[in-house]
Design a protein around this ligand. Structure first.
Ligand code: CTP
Length: 416
């Protein structure tokens, strides 16, 4: 078997001793660009990794490489035409769309990206993209100026918002003689990233509810009490859970962040609203992640009119808000509960105490006394604790940490 000869620089393909791509059905879409010749090597490598590959070529692609090349390499007929009576009787666009576990388009030209962004069904490849429920990944390849063009950037953003994955492009010398961002990502990396898509579908079929951001507790019609939470960690968790195949509901306090692709978002303002939103869907939830910095206290009375200044001091009477996480964790039929703990000292002790006191399944603790991480920043570092174990996740972007945390959650969930 050819796989045994594969180098160990493909850790994802061989993750946990498993051949992630073994038996997977991959449609390799090839559009018109000079990198089409590299797609030939890609077919080989995907097959080496155990995948079955069917190649779909656009008209432009056929100007660079012949279908015969791909037929020989893939061991399957190559598909080129949407309205081909012979193909429709055998494997037409709907059958191909259903057959695929992944549609990988490499190279993805500027023109193809534009057609997909418009949702066109004007050739076989574009129609398959409309008709498939499989994940779609694009490996853009084009001249650096074409890649940087506002139209291309807006088109690729639209596609990512719709849930398509983007692999690359890479930087370096280009076929046109220029140097910059626009080269197709290296074949070995494309195989890795494709494997990664399957590896990370660990929460497929799971429902995840996540709270994020601060809450605002009204004092009067124009004033409120709140905190500096940006919501980034919770939003990153929502994106990572979605990437892992979960159905995600994100309950967000007031933040300035775009909704991650494919995530249902419910906007709330106060702790009471957040609790109500959480409770309305909690019976359906498998995993509850409380990443919000919920206000612990709210003013007992909210003034109907704006409070006028008068005395030198002003006292507000405050009452405790309900602890959303503890409320969820105390349910008889409860989801897997993950809490966050922001501490300035004795991180591990306080976090373990929180785990026990709120009866959680996992706590992710961060030291907010360190500059540049935690609240209101892009980076974080976490100490993750559960009963019987812990793991330190070193400083990284919140998006990256979120992926690690989702992996830990899925591992704990499956060992429960
Ligand atoms: N939390 C919640 N509802 C609240 C308060 C907190 O769901 N009303 C959740 C947070 O989303 C977070 C965890 O509980 O996951 C934080 O626990 P908490 O005990 O509130 O943390 P601190 O306020 O930092 O704790 P302490 O006051 O004990 O330092």
């Amino acid at each position: 078997m050819p796989f045994e000869a594969l180098p160990d620089r493909w850790p994802l393909v061989y993750s946990s001793g498993m051949q992630i791509l073994l038996g997977k059905h991959i449609i390799l879409g090839v559009s018109g660009g000079i990198a089409a010749y590299k797609a030939a090597e890609l077919v080989r490598r995907l097959r080496d990794a155990g995948a079955t590959v069917r190649v779909v070529m656009t008209t432009g692609a056929q100007a660079f490489v012949t279908p015969l090349t791909f037929q020989a390499l893939s061991g399957n007929p190559v598909h080129t035409a949407l309205l081909d009576p012979a193909a429709e009787a055998g494997m037409g666009h709907i059958e191909l769309a259903r057959w695929a576990d992944l549609v990988l388009i490499a190279p993805a030209s500027a023109n193809l990206i534009s057609r997909l962004a418009q949702g066109r069904g004007d050739d076989l490849l574009a129609t398959i993209c409309l008709a498939t429920e499989a994940p779609i990944a694009l490996a853009p390849s084009m001249n650096r100026v074409m890649w940087a063009d506002a139209a291309t950037q807006s088109n690729i953003e639209i596609l990512q918002t719709r849930g398509m994955h983007r692999f690359g492009p890479a930087e370096g010398p280009q076929a046109c003689g220029e140097v910059g961002e626009g080269r197709m990502m290296a074949v070995s990396e494309l195989v890795e990233r494709s494997a990664g898509l399957f590896l990370h579908q660990r929460l497929a079929g799971r429902r995840v509810t996540i709270t994020a951001g601060p809450t605002r507790e009204a004092i009067d019609p124009v004033r409120y009490l709140s905190n500096r939470s940006s919501g980034r960690m919770g939003f990153a968790m929502a994106e990572a859970a979605r990437e892992a195949g979960a159905t995600v509901t994100l309950i967000a306090g007031p933040v300035h962040l775009p909704t991650p692709p494919g995530v249902e978002r419910i906007d709330v303002v106060s702790a009471a609203e957040m609790l109500a939103a959480v409770q309305s869907g909690i019976a359906m939830t498998d995993i509850f992640i409380a990443a919000a910095a919920v206000a612990d206290y709210r003013p007992v009375r909210v003034a109907k009119d704006k409070i006028k200044k008068s005395d030198a001091t002003l006292s507000l009477e405050m009452a405790r808000t309900e602890d959303i996480l503890a409320t969820v964790a105390s349910r008889a039929e409860r989801p897997f509960c993950v809490g966050f703990a922001a501490e300035t000292h004795d991180l591990a002790d306080y976090a373990r105490d929180k785990l026990e006191r709120k009866q959680l399944d996992m706590v992710a603790a961060n030291d907010v006394s360190q500059p540049g991480i935690g609240f209101d920043s892009e980076d974080n570092a976490l100490l993750v604790l559960w009963r019987g174990g812990e793991k330190h996740l070193a400083r990284a972007r919140k998006t990256e940490l979120a992926r690690h945390l989702i992996t830990l959650i899925s591992e704990r969930l499956s060992s429960r």
